[in-house]
Ligand binder design. Sequence first.
Ligand code: PHE
Length: 343
Amino acid sequence: FCDEVVERLASVKTSDELTAAKEQIHAHTSPLAVISKAMRNVPPDDRPRIGSALHQARAQLEAAIEVAEGRVGEQELNARLAAERDDIAHYLHPGRLQGAGALHLVTQTRMMLEDLFVGMGFIVAEGPEVETEWHNFEALNIPKFHPARANQDSFYLNYGDPESTLLRTHTSPVQIRLMQTRQLPIYAVVPGRVYRRDTPDARHTPAFHQLEALVVDRGITFAHLKATIEAFTTAYFGPNIQARLRPAYFPFTEPSAEFEITCTVCEGEGCRTCSGTGWIELGGSGMVHPKVFAHVGIDPEEYSGFAFGFGIDRLAQMKVALGDMRILPENDLRVLAQMRGVL
Ligand code: PHE
């Protein structure tokens, strides 16, 4: 019996098999139990001999059980660790790569322009997108019946109220806010979103971005305006581009000028004028109008200033030769991916 059981113990592979083998050894019907039970019928003289044989057999079996338990336990632990390592490996499996986002082309352009003006000593300021009629028009000397004030050009929030508010149609109202709140002198640029009720086409979207520049100081002349426009267009477009001013009219500047740059396309070695006159308009500019100074209580005898404003989206479009402005607010991922870090 003992040899048979020892052999069985040596070959068990699982703790279930081991338990079954132990049951066989400890069962009431096992030869060991049967012999123990029969001891009382053994003559007293023979008991010590049989008893110690029984004891030896038991000790041998218990030792074999212990060895088998150790072996099976270790096997099962290893198997479990192997299984759990598979689990861990599963958890450590690298996640799906989420493509990192990128700055929108308009944001890249805005930041580049901000850096450029900060380098010239300007501060960057902001103003509200929901603006009062007074700041957007009145204070900028845009009279009540000026075409720019017509309801069809602007998005009013409460048209007809004495306290009308609207989505600002340009960044120029921030000129007023700056002059009302800042100490002089002022050298500031104001980037921001503006809104007009335009029908979207290749060159227009109803929401777009402008950058306004305002300088107010003693002794500011038209030459400062021209030099600043030249400096920033050269810095933005490169030294091969020329800038020029053309007489224009804005109610809040006098004299006023539109500024234009030469437009060239370069392919390989050769460059040529891109279209029409070879000049494209970028924005409006001029010397701050005395009536504007009057609205904010600045003495035009002591101070003078210039302002200009242009479309950031348009500048972005020119830099990357974008055919249609309407793609800019669409945020099509295929387009966004191509705009990554282009400036
Ligand atoms: N606000 C004008 C526009 O939106 C541009 C401008 C700004 C003109 C500053 C003169 C001075 O067209």
